[in-house]
Ligand binder design. Structure first.
Ligand SMILES: [Zn+2]
Length: 289
């Protein structure tokens, strides 16, 4: 799944190539892509025609286009990338991709926006905007570490009150958003904290350090175009990022820890894998879940 840096790379592409343009028509192919729009793909296309794209926005791993309809009302078109969704900006006469699920033509007759999704877990849906200009359907999602409204001290206080594993808390999008399995493991490795430690057993400075590292590692990944955890993850021009070369823990099982030389271990956690250094991140005697 794309995490904050990968989604931000796509958002920047949409801000550069799609914001400021008016949608002339939208077309949805098949039933999967618009399944969250209960009135169906035809209705979704009708509601999008004539909308002006005000901006491309993101919170955590969530991405949306802020639209204004011809009558002046605002709404959001949320794009869920799922595990293989791609938003591509392409010439209108480029041949359709095999897994093309949606295309948007613009009033300026310039390049199209296409949604290509091989595994069809992604999709698009309209949402009302709240007063805070967040799509209503994601208004329960917490601020991410790159937002101005993000309050790390408050996140640390809420984490300390929890009887759960610190890694579980990092992945909880209602506490802090944008962090997934890759950047949680990298942040915990940098902070030298085992993900199975109980939140309430960690000091405020330690939790702050974990969150500082989460922000730093995501910013570094953003600088390298994101992590290509999957060949399908690409920016709007079809290029992939290269932060996977800089990963220190995630996916590094058996390779020597770059800090101490001990082979990185893989453990099962929340139906996924966690990667850590047995020496730099000793497991607690009693693991929290
Ligand atoms: Zn180590």
């Amino acid at each position: 799944m794309p995490e904050l840096p990968e989604v931000e790379v796509v958002r920047r592409g949409l801000a550069d190539h799609v914001a400021g343009r008016t949608i002339a028509s939208a077309e949805f192919r098949g039933t999967r892509v618009a399944r969250r729009h209960l009135a169906g793909p035809g209705d979704l296309a009708d509601r999008l025609a004539g909308n002006h794209v005000e901006a491309a926005r993101r919170r955590g791993k969530y991405l949306w286009l802020e639209l204004s309809a011809p009558d002046g009302s605002g709404q959001a078109l949320l794009a869920h990338l799922g595990i293989s969704g791609q938003l591509l900006v392409e010439a209108a006469d480029a041949p359709p991709e095999k897994h093309l699920h949606a295309r948007f033509r613009f009033a300026d007759d310039g390049p199209e926006l296409r949604f290509v999704d091989q595994r069809t877990f992604g999709g698009m849906a309209l949402s009302e905007l709240t007063d805070g200009r967040l799509p209503e359907t994601i208004s329960h999602i917490a601020a991410d570490p790159l937002e101005e409204v993000y309050d790390q001290a408050a996140v640390v206080r809420r984490m300390r009150a929890r009887d759960s594993a610190v890694k579980r808390a990092l992945l909880d999008q209602t506490l802090v958003s944008g962090i997934g399995n890759i950047y949680a493991d990298e942040a915990l490795w940098r902070a030298q904290v085992h993900g199975g430690r109980l939140c309430s057993s960690l000091t405020k400075p330690t939790l702050s350090r974990v969150l500082d590292h989460a922000r730093d590692v995501m910013l570094e990944a953003l600088g390298e175009g994101g992590t290509s955890f999957d060949a399908l993850y690409v920016n709007v021009n079809g290029a992939s990022g290269y932060f996977d070369r800089s990963l220190q823990a995630y996916g590094q099982e058996g390779r020597p820890c770059t800090r101490c030389g001990t082979p990185i271990r893989r453990e099962a956690f929340m139906n996924r894998s966690s990667f850590s250094c047995p020496r730099c991140q000793p497991a607690p005697r009693r693991r929290a879940v």
